[in-house]
Design a protein around this ligand. Structure first.
Ligand code: ADP
Ligand code: MG
Length: 360
């Protein structure tokens, strides 16, 4: 069952600017879904159309099987958590969370029950009486989440909710969001420009650029099988190779720059002899050694020779930039010692750079 279905949704502002361009999306009941893309690509506009603050110029939006175009925001079973929290400064934590229930004139006893459930869920116990000005950024965000969930929406929209928090706290809040999502079991639609956030927590992601959805899939699919250079580059880091197809073997493609298996190509890419194509190779798949690797029978690898141009120590791993001819290749190497005689690789060393033609 789908929770939210967008079909050919387009939003044109002022009759001239297309902010959302023919977007179709099916978001499953109860999933953690992320819209991921650079700033200005149309993510917030999509959320605003689902919430009802904005109408599409064309296309349809279904919520729980019903067309909701024309339904006012407060009648949609949807609520939003904003980046800037948007708490009421003159109300304490309890009253901020209780606000929508009071508007609906619910009974005092029920309000108390529901608000205290949310306080437990978002671990705000001990802060019930505090005013927003007395809370940390993380606590304010929890109040915003509690307030959005208290009315029992079937879909929670989160628009870059962690963007104002520092990196460590963001990590922590992500884990909490995941827990909250598991506990409430409703659909979360999460908007971010931060690929690592979306990758770590989502069931599915849609990668957007300039109003369009470029790729939809699981985090694994979009990372391992990007459909084009934009996705390959936006999700993580990558090396690009451009070359002419010289030979198409059963499962390998010989380019003038080396042998590549199908897994290195963009998803669904057509390949013909003589064609100039590009492939994307993740830095963690590139091995760097001082010794030339010995190729066991039947295993196809690509080997290039180069010079270490730069090393960046990253704690758990080192990022190498290797000059190969006039090309620069990035490689990540984990700081794990597998061999007793493993040699340390440093700046200006001559090295072999290699990768499996058909495997990670
Ligand atoms: P994102 O959330 O991905 O950063 P937005 O959905 O906020 O992107 O905006 C997408 C594009 O639409 C931007 O270029 C933005 O300037 C434009 N836009 C957003 N809202 C309006 C509006 N009300 N009027 C005109 N242009 C708008
Ligand atoms: Mg936005």
């Amino acid at each position: 069952d789908y929770s939210v279905v967008l079909t050919n949704v387009t939003k044109i502002f002022d009759n001239e600017f297309t902010a959302v361009d023919n977007v179709s999306l099916k978001i499953e009941q109860g999933e953690f879904f992320s819209l991921l893309g650079p700033s200005g690509c149309g993510k917030t506009t999509i959320l605003r159309m689902i919430a009802g603050f904005e109408d599409p110029t064309s296309g349809s939006i279904m919520l729980n099987g019903k067309n909701i175009i024309g339904t006012p925001p407060n009648e949609r079973e949807v609520n939003t958590v904003f980046q800037n929290y948007a708490l009421f400064p003159h109300l304490n934590v309890f009253e901020n969370i209780a606000f929508s229930l009071r508007l609906r004139k619910e009974k005092e006893e029920e309000i108390r029950q529901k608000v205290m459930n949310m306080i437990d869920l978002t671990r705000l116990n001990g802060h019930v009486e505090k005013m927003p000005s007395q809370l940390s950024g993380g606590q304010k965000q929890r109040v915003a989440i509690a307030r959005a969930l208290v009315g029992k929406p079937t879909v929670l929209l989160l628009d870059e909710p962690l963007a104002a928090l520092d990196a460590k706290l963001r990590q922590h809040m992500l884990v909490e969001l995941d827990t909250i999502h598991d506990e409430v079991g409703i659909t979360f639609i999460y908007v971010t420009h931060d690929q690592s956030e979306a990758m770590s927590i989502s069931d599915h992601v849609a990668v957007m650029n300039e109003g369009e959805i470029i790729q939809y899939g699981t985090p694994f699919e979009v990372y391992e099988s990007p459909v084009n250079a934009f996705v390959a580059n936006f999700i993580g880091e990558t090396n690009f190779f451009t070359g002419t197809v010289e030979k198409v073997e059963e499962e390998y493609f010989m380019l003038d720059t080396g042998r590549f298996g199908k897994i290195w190509f963009y998803k669904d890419m057509e390949v013909k002899i003589g064609q100039v194509i590009q492939v994307s190779l993740r830095p963690e798949k590139v091995k760097v050694t001082k010794e030339k690797p010995i190729t066991p029978q039947g295993i196809k690898i690509n080997i290039l020779e180069g010079t270490v141009d730069e090393t960046i120590y990253l704690g758990s791993q080192t990022k190498y930039t290797i000059a190969v001819g006039n090309h620069y290749l990035q490689a990540f190497k984990q700081h794990v010692r597998y061999l007793l005689d493993e040699v340390i690789i440093t700046w200006k060393d001559r090295v072999y750079v290699w990768w499996f033609a058909d495997d990670s």
